[in-house]
Design a protein around this ligand. Structure first.
Ligand code: GLA
Length: 372
């Protein structure tokens, strides 16, 4: 007698926000890294103007994102209101202002009772808040994790994901739980989609280096529709040197991180502006293949990160220290490439020539080069 075993598996299908967003890492500007809570309506409008007039929009920076500190209180029906002093015209007017210029508008909330700056959070009010965002014409939500009730992140982030889905408006969902519950394992299904991998970035080299090191093990989780988020850019903030800023921007681009600028975009520092507008580096970030570089060699002094592009290959030769160092890129072992390779420096915008077997670089100081 033959038995047929019928196995009934109860599978919970965690469907993502099926809105087609995020095929390449989102690009834009966010208020937090420079302004923290010193935000207001005029700043946002002026920043929207600057994104257009100074060429950022044209280079691909589409999101105008308002971080924490716009929130007012909850009205008698449980709906969130806007801070009446700093945003008297409300969020809809701002989103309209951004849309008229072709920009997308992003907002911030928190999967807890309060936000990190102790404004009103969304926990328990997910549907009402999502509904408001949709009515206001919001295109992006960064969802933070302060003052929560201790329940698992995935539960609270799924709740807002479902609430956003129910609105019917495509809203990009940025999961910001700082890497606490390994969001690279579930973020692709829950968010639409990128997930913070680490604690807050500061405008110091030590902070940037420490974040880079924490990306090493998780690069494989980045791909079209779901990205690791090592936090927003600090180029143009603090006392970072030119080389540090270029290195920071290069790695973020090649790791396929979202590129959210964080300087005062109305008056961008000259160096930071040129870095942010480097089209060849942006093209690496926005490459349709959407694969992150991964680390292929680490020594005491330098890293080599490499990865495929849709029409080439990228290598980041990264002198982490401050003394000159010779870095040798072996095409076969580091990149899986054979034959004659044309090498280009994407910071100098210069072809370096054709090479076989390897390319040797004397890197004088902390610096990053790209080749493909
Ligand atoms: C947290 C986030 C930051 C920023 C602030 C706002 O610290 O990680 O990126 O959004 O909250 O309060």
């Amino acid at each position: 007698m033959r038995f047929t075993f019928l196995i009934i598996a109860f599978i919970t299908i965690v469907s993502g926000l099926d809105n087609g967003l995020g095929r390449t890492p989102p690009m834009g500007w966010n208020t937090w890294n420079h302004f923290q809570c010193q935000v207001n309506e005029q700043l946002l409008k002026d920043s929207a103007d600057a994104m257009i007039e100074l060429g950022f929009y044209k280079a691909g920076y589409k999101y105008l994102n308002l971080d924490d500190c716009w929130e007012g209180h909850r009205d008698e029906n449980g709906y969130i209101t806007t801070d009446p002093i700093t945003f008297p015209g409300g969020i809809k007017a701002l989103a309209d202002y951004a849309h008229e210029k072709g920009l997308l508008f992003g907002i911030y909330s928190d999967a807890g009772r309060l936000t990190c700056a102790r404004r009103i959070g969304s926990l328990g009010y997910e549907d009402k808040d999502a509904q408001r965002y949709a009515e206001w014409g919001v295109d992006f939500l960064k969802y933070d994790n302060c003052h929560n009730d201790g329940s698992p992140e995935i539960q609270r982030y799924v709740k807002m994901r479902d609430a956003l889905n129910r609105t019917g408006r495509p809203i990009f969902y940025s999961i910001c739980e700082w890497g606490k519950s390994k969001p690279f394992l579930w973020g692709r299904a829950v968010g639409n989609r990128y997930w913070r991998t680490t604690l807050d970035i500061r405008a110091t080299w030590a902070s940037i280096i420490s974040i880079i090191q924490k990306q090493q093990m998780i690069t494989k989780y980045a791909g079209p529709g779901g990205w690791n988020d090592p936090d927003m850019l600090q180029i143009g903030n603090g006392q970072l040197t030119l080389e540090e800023q270029r290195s920071h921007f290069s790695l973020w681009a090649a790791l396929k991180s979202p590129l959210l600028l964080g300087f005062d975009i109305r008056n961008p520092p000259v160096e930071a502006k040129a870095i942010a507008l480097n089209e060849e580096i942006i093209a690496i970030n926005q490459d349709p293949l959407g694969l992150s570089v991964s680390i292929v060699q680490r020594t005491r002094f330098f890293d080599i990160w490499t990865g495929p592009l849709s029409d080439g290959y990228v290598a980041v030769l990264f002198n982490r220290g401050e003394i000159p160092v010779v870095i040798t890129l072996y095409f076969a072992s580091h990149c899986n490439l054979e034959g004659e390779i044309a090498v280009r420096d994407l910071w100098e915008h210069a072809d370096k020539g054709n090479f076989t077997t390897r390319f040797v670089l004397l890197s004088n100081f902390l610096f990053v080069f790209f080749f493909f």
